[in-house]
Design a protein around this ligand. Sequence first.
Ligand code: MGP
Length: 207
Amino acid sequence: MAADRPEAMQNEKEEETDASPEMMIKHPLQNKWTLWFYKHDKNRSWEDSQIEIASFDTVEDFWALYNHIEVASLLPIGCDYSLFKQGIKPMWEDERNKKGGRWLINLCKQQRSSELDNFWLEVLLLLVGESFEDHSDDICGAVVNVRPKGDKIGVWTGDSKKPESILRIGKKLKSSLGIPAQVSIMYQIHESTAKKTGSYVRSHFTC
Ligand code: MGP
């Protein structure tokens, strides 16, 4: 009878149960994701400075990677992290990005210490958790830029001609990050961003 066994053995039995094959199966994500890192290097092109760090497709491997790397706020200025569905490069030119755009969240300098890491983690969780419901398929990835003039987070979608999907994604993003109603976020088409000459890029949607 189990109750007659010494306590250590009962614990051993419990450990045995915890290590059963069912408990060892990782929790799969709907998509496989790749984390990229960008660091400016004057000897390389922008494209060649994008380095693939790792790919994962389970909850456990997501956390293992997240806990292993530096938080965004401690990256050297000028660096980016990008998380994209596997097979999509974090660049405008990729087939799956070139007709799309991004919801852009501009942070002020003070928000690097107060908001950046929480915002970026929330965005990562929205992506890997497929939290945009019917519109999660329109998501390509997300980018965080650490910049002297103010950091940026962009959520990239694949088709700028899907207003309903874009707006639903924007509203979900805004509410999940707790961005106040009176603060607008804007959606910019990559083609416009790529062609810009000054700092201004027209917003296609705001919410
Ligand atoms: P950036 O890193 O997106 O923003 O783009 P940053 O540094 O805040 O600069 P700003 O122009 O928005 O004020 C910086 C530069 O990186 C761009 O001007 C391009 O030269 C290059 N770049 C950025 N992206 C996202 C791409 C891309 O997708 N493809 C290519 N070819 N170059 C890019």
